[in-house]
Structures are given as structure tokens and as C-alpha cells.
Design a protein around this ligand. Structure first.
Ligand code: FAD
Length: 280
């Protein structure tokens, strides 16, 4: 699909850069991706508020595009007063969308905080701000790594949807069936809101493998073997990765997925190579 065709239901996620060079690059990436008319951008948040200032700065910069920008917000390691203040600030700055997460406890942090799970954060946001924010939460088609099994994890997912979330964005995966199976399970438990697949472009195999092990996303054996065979050949990895992920995206859209959310890693080229080949 070229940028001239009708827009797909896509959204793009950024992390808050830590350097001036990173901040300048983010503006270029933002503009390149804005040209594909996304539904929204989002900006991640370090658990325990560790990137609070940088996230706010990046949210402001990304939001200047005029495209809805959803800050991520996590509750682990935070007190209610801190979250209340942040919600008020986002509201004053004109934001009306959030991605609400539990987050992961940073090493060295002593206190879990007042809210233990994402469903409690969603309840808190609703109590504090009513219907002001559209709230997205996280979903795990291959199960959250700490969950005892997929059924328990889906029940916990449903709990946060019923607490007042408007949509969900999934962890990335490379097997479309995992997504459709998860959606069927959630629908059977009464979730009607959109569940958007999260899409990770394949750019750097070593980093992808490390991150996938940590977050519980499965890289199928045939993909792993092929990527390993390329060694340091970044072009071959990128070409194969684009082909695999584009096919996955098309399969998801053809199967009824209500959109695609791209983990951009603050790079536009790998994402655009995929997006520009998709048919709505
Ligand atoms: P929860 O929904 O609270 O689930 C965490 C675990 O607890 C699961 O195993 C679940 O089954 C279980 N559980 C949930 N509720 C209950 C309950 N009431 N009782 C008992 N068990 C329960 N991390 C960041 O630090 N910053 C980010 O910006 C960020 N953005 C993300 C965006 C997306 C789209 C996704 C998919 C993940 C993101 N993460 C981010 C990672 C996320 O913070 C971690 O995966 C974290 O471990 C879980 O967060 P959660 O909101 O899914 O937690």
C-alpha cells in the first residue's frame, strides 16, 4: 500500500530517547510515520517512574505532530499520589489516551507501591478521571511469562478489560494462530473491545532473541534457524525479516484483526517497508 491509499488502522510506539541525538531522530521518525496517517502514537514509560521526565518530554514532542499521542503509564513501584499528579498533568496538556500497565519492578526498588496489577490501575484511572481517557491495556497471546498458564492469564486479562479498558494491544508474536486463539478465548469470556496485534519488525537478531526470551515471545524454530544462518549480514536479516513480518501482518488483517500496533524502536525504515506492502 502506498501512502496515497486509504489508511490502515495502524499505530506506532516509541521509547523516550535519552540523548539529544535520539530526540532529534525521534522527530524525523515521527514525521516519516505520521505520513501514513496512524490512529495514534504511543510513548513507553519506565517502571517506577524511572523515565517519567523523558516520557513526558517525548509525549510532548510526538504530540506536536497533531496525531493523538498516548503516554504509557505503569503502576508498579508508584504511589497513588504520583499517578494522580501525572494523570492531571496529561489531562491539562490535552491528552485523552493512555496505555495502562503494571510494569516490571526495577532491580533495587524496594516498594511495590499501592497498586499491584494493571486491573487496579485501570480502576484507579476510572475513579480519578471518569471517562476522560481512552485506556489501552496489554495482552499476551503466548501468555505473560509470570502466568501459570494461558487460561489464568486470559482471566486476568479479562479482569482489566472489565475494569474499564477500551482496547488492548498485544505483546509481539510471530505465529498468527496464537493471536486468533487468544482473541477467541477473550471473546468467549465476554470481551468485545478491540484487541490489536503488536508487531515487532525483525532488524537485529541478537537483540530480538534476548528480548524475546525475557518477555516470553516465541521465535519459531524455522525463523530462528534462518536468521542465525545470516550471521552478521544485516541486509539479509532485514530482507528476510521484512518478508516474514509482512506476511504475518497480512494474515492478521485478512483474518479480521482490527488494526496493527508497531513497536518501532524509534526507527521508521523497517516499519515502513512492512506497512507500505499491506492491503487493508
Ligand atoms: P498485568 O496485567 O497486571 O499482569 C501481570 C501478571 O500478573 C500476569 O502474569 C497476569 O496474569 C497476572 N495478574 C494480572 N492481574 C492479576 C490479578 N488481579 N491477580 C493475580 N494475578 C494477576 N513495560 C514498561 O515498563 N513500560 C511500558 O511502557 C510498557 N509498555 C508495554 C506495552 C505493551 C503493548 C505491552 C504488551 C507491554 C508493555 N510493557 C511495558 C511490559 C509490561 O509492563 C510487562 O509485560 C509487565 O510484566 C506486565 O504488565 P501488565 O500491564 O500486562 O500486567
Amino acid at each position: 500500500m502506498s501512502s496515497q491509499q486509504p489508511p490502515l488502522g495502524i499505530s506506532f510506539e516509541f521509547f523516550p530517547p535519552g540523548t539529544e541525538v535520539g530526540r532529534e531522530k525521534l522527530l524525523q521518525v515521527r514525521d516519516a510515520l505520521a505520513s501514513r496517517q496512524p490512529r495514534f502514537f504511543s510513548v513507553t514509560y519506565g517502571a517506577g517512574g524511572s523515565t517519567q521526565a523523558r516520557t513526558r518530554q517525548a509525549v510532548r514532542a510526538v504530540g506536536e505532530s497533531g496525531i493523538t499521542t498516548a503516554p504509557h503509564l505503569s503502576c508498579i513501584g508508584s504511589e497513588k499520589a504520583q499517578l494522580r499528579e501525572l494523570l492531571a498533568e496529561y489531562r491539562e496538556e490535552g491528552h485523552d489516551s493512555l496505555v495502562a500497565l503494571r510494569g516490571d519492578m526495577p532491580s533495587g526498588m524496594a516498594s511495590i507501591g499501592e497498586l499491584r496489577y494493571a486491573n487496579e490501575l485501570v480502576e484507579f484511572i476510572r475513579e480519578e478521571t471518569g471517562d476522560h481517557f481512552d485506556i489501552a491495556v496489554a495482552a499476551y497471546p503466548e501468555s505473560h511469562p509470570q502466568a501459570s498458564n494461558l487460561d489464568r492469564d486470559v482471566e486476568n486479562f479479562v479482569r482489566k478489560m472489565h475494569a474499564g479498558a477500551d482496547m488492548a494491544i498485544t505483546q509481539y508474536f510471530f505465529t498468527a494462530e496464537a493471536y486468533f486463539h487468544f482473541v477467541d478465548k477473550a471473546r468467549a469470556l465476554g470481551v468485545e473491545k478491540p484487541i490489536i496485534p503488536g508487531i515487532m519488525p525483525i532488524v537485529n537478531y541478537t537483540k530480538l532473541a534476548r528480548f524475546s526470551d525475557a518477555c516470553g515471545a516465541e521465535i519459531p524454530r524455522w525463523i530462528r534457524k534462518q536468521l542465525e544462518s545470516y550471521g552478521d549480514d544485516a541486509d539479509a536479516i532485514a530482507e528476510f525479516g521484512t518478508e516474514v513480518v509482512t506476511r504475518l501482518c497480512q494474515e492478521l488483517l485478512d483474518g479480521g484483526a482490527p488494526g496493527l500496533h508497531f513497536y518501532t524502536l524509534n526507527q521508521s525504515v523497517p516499519v515502513l517497508k512492512i506497512v507500505d506492502q499491506l492491503r487493508a
